[in-house]
Write a protein that binds this ligand. Sequence first.
Ligand code: KG4
Ligand code: ZN
Length: 333
Amino acid sequence: GFSMIVLGVESSCDETGLALHDSERGLLAHALHSQVAMHEEYGGVVPELASRDHIRRAIPLLNQVLTQAGISRGDIDAIAYTQGPGLAGALLVGASIACGLGLALDRPVLGVHHLEGHLLSPLLSRTPPEFPFVALLISGGHTQLMRVDGVGSYALLGETLDDAAGEAFDKSAKLLGLGYPGGPAISRLAEFGDPGAFKLPRPMLHSKDLNFSFSGLKTAVLTLVKNQTTNICEQDKANIARAFVDAIVDVLVAKCLTALKETGLKRLVIAGGVGANRQLREALNEAARKRRFDVYYPELEFCTDNGAMIAFAGAMRLQRDPQAATKDYGFNV
Ligand code: KG4
Ligand code: ZN
């Protein structure tokens, strides 16, 4: 049959991701370089450093995926890059590389919305969900509940009014003196915490809508940290981490249940970096068993930013509309 190979380029933040997706054979290859070690000493992403590192890494990673897939540059039929949202300089690197390659290879290029990449990433797994489904998108920059009826058919059900879920993880982790990115660190520490030691608020748990608010939770963590009169010990930190994770997981699960109830759907899809969280997955799996719905996650490696989800989202867009990619090479970031 008709086969099309799409190259995906992700460079919106601190990961350089390249991948090749074949409409017939699926994902052919993917490669990622994380800048976490480079930004760690600054306690967060330094945009200028991020841009420069994307420049250094992108072409070697491209060669890597071509070798992995056993194809040559000329076999690429179209190029998809992350158009936004993200750091302007970092996005510009990916867009420039994608358009430069398109021009050199005489292939069309299309910009993909970063969140659409995350949203469709669970479809890359071995047991992909069918449409329609409710999606919870939880990343470092966004927290949204959506009704998804198909590729390109997305209705926003609710979102955060302030901090994103990943941001809440990162900021609370920072308050506990854990490194960047804080999500995985605070999650690991919480495993050693006593669930009864501290209680944190569940913001908006009983609001009638599907919106979230996490900045108050972060402030409550700050208050707990400050209230430890003597030098805060490791066990206190673990207890606070546990209280934080319990609170945020409670809210995320409750809103998912409400969204399923309101839409009448029986499929829940989790996407974005926080979707890698162990405690959240356990709580959702438990709720799914009790309430008889199905829950789907991306493979762990495709929860956080990656090129595979961009190649895939690009391929899906092109399948629906072959004109979606152009040879204009005038790009927006
Ligand atoms: O989707 P992503 O890679 O980037 C954005 O588009 O923002 O998400 C990154 C976020 C960070 O806030 C990070 O701390 C969080 O995902 N994260 C986690 C875990 N792994 C990554 N949060 C909680 N538990 C995890 N295991
Ligand atoms: Zn992301």
